[in-house]
Ligand binder design. Structure first.
Ligand code: ADP
Ligand code: MG
Length: 364
């Protein structure tokens, strides 16, 4: 029986731990937060710091293989840990180094032959106005590292809004992206094992609110061109980057001047993804099971849609939690949602605005 380590104890770690255990593995979770959701389901919880190389080496040495559900662990530290431990990290820290940095990520995707939105690296804030004029407004300024769920992003409608955000910008390196007019957003999850076997899910259609995922729907209401092209690009990226485990690829679907659909790769995540929760209800195998199979070196099975319905996954954010009822949520309106299927609550003790607290599914 294999011992699998997961760096990060959030909801993705919790659901991955359940899949790994169903495939017979023992699961150890590492997270500095003692209230981590995945600590409730894992076999062994390690509550130590992300910056303690010794503790990380000890954790790796207790496992046969280690993966992560949290991307913001220092790559330098992980390289150091990898040099001191025989235990493999999947996907490797080389992939994490690319996906942690929006500029390396975009250049990496371009080098592999796939389009990304026009962008510029902003090392000095004094360059910003000139670069924004060159790309042409509207633009989005993003911190190069550390951002997630729309955090560290500034929408620049015009020069006026640029001047307004200037005083509030943190000291950081930024990427400036052309803000494109989205026809829709989709994502595709690929699983790849050590033998190089590679399978992908039918794509998900995603709706964001304020930069954070609101709903995911499957099947995606997109053309067969978008469906096939997204899967082809995602599988190619996973293969060329030699991913072992999961790779999620987020895409923008945009209409070009001649009204043709173009796919831009937005982001890569070498881990299970929020949009992929839907696979627990919509597909023959879930993202968590396919990740478990890749980590345990088992055969991969191509996921197919089951049930014939359109399934929607909707996130429940901390904003819905009510302080008057002791920071709880009134579940009655959710249970009475038309087509309600199921709900998952992560058991986080504290609700905060925009914090992901759970999700539910309904049939549309
Ligand atoms: P995060 O790491 O926070 O998910 P993203 O780059 O994926 O960051 O941005 C979050 C969301 O903001 C996207 O899913 C999309 O809805 C919107 N967005 C980001 N960049 C662009 C862009 N260049 N053009 C249009 N919309 C964008
Ligand atoms: Mg994103």
């Amino acid at each position: 029986m294999k011992i699998v380590g997961i760096l990060g104890g959030g909801q993705l770690g919790l659901l991955l731990a359940q899949s790994l255990q169903r495939y017979g593995a023992t699961v150890n979770v590492y997270d500095p937060n003692p209230e981590s959701p995945a600590f409730k389901t894992c076999n062994e919880a390690t509550c130590d710091s992300w910056t303690d190389a010794e503790k990380l080496v000890q954790f790796f040495n207790k496992c046969d293989v280690v993966t992560y559900e949290f991307e913001n662990v220092s790559v330098d530290l992980l390289e150091d840990v990898q040099a001191k431990s025989e235990t493999a990290l999947y996907p490797s820290e080389k992939i994490l180094a690319i996906t942690q940095n929006r500029i390396l990520e975009k250049k990496g995707v371009q080098n592999l032959g796939h389009p990304v939105v026009p962008f510029a690296k902003i090392s000095e804030i004094s360059q910003l106005a000139l670069e924004a004029r060159t790309l042409s407004y509207p633009c989005i300024l993003k911190t190069t590292t550390g951002g997630y769920d729309g955090k560290g992003q500034y929408f620049l409608k015009d020069e006026l809004s640029l001047n307004k955000v200037l005083p509030e910008l943190p000291k950081a390196e930024f990427i400036l992206e052309k803000a494109v007019d989205l026809k829709c957003e989709v994502s595709c999850i690929v699983s790849r094992n050590k033998k190089g076997q590679c399978v992908s899910f039918p794509i998900f259609e995603n709706v964001h609110k304020d930069g954070i995922l609101f709903q995911t729907q499957q099947p995606a209401k997109v053309s067969s061109f978008v469906q096939d092209e997204a899967r082809k690009i995602a599988e190619n990226l996973a293969t060329k980057l030699e991913v072992v485990g999961l790779l999620t690829v987020e895409f923008f679907v945009v209409l070009d001047e001649s009204d043709e659909e173009t796919l831009y790769v937005n982001e890569l995540a070498p881990r299970p993804h929020n949009s992929g929760h839907i696979t627990l209800k919509s597909c023959s195998i879930s993202q968590f099971d396919l990740h478990a199979r890749a980590l345990l070196d088992l055969n991969l099975e191509t996921p197919v849609l089951v049930g014939g319905n359109t399934i929607v996954m909707e996130n429940l954010l901390g904003d819905e939690w009510n302080s008057e009822s002791g920071w709880d949520i009134d579940l009655k309106p959710i249970f009475s949602t038309k087509g309600f299927v199921d709900i998952v609550l992560y058991g986080k003790p504290e609700a905060r605005p925009k914090r992901k607290m759970g999700h539910f599914y309904f049939v549309r």
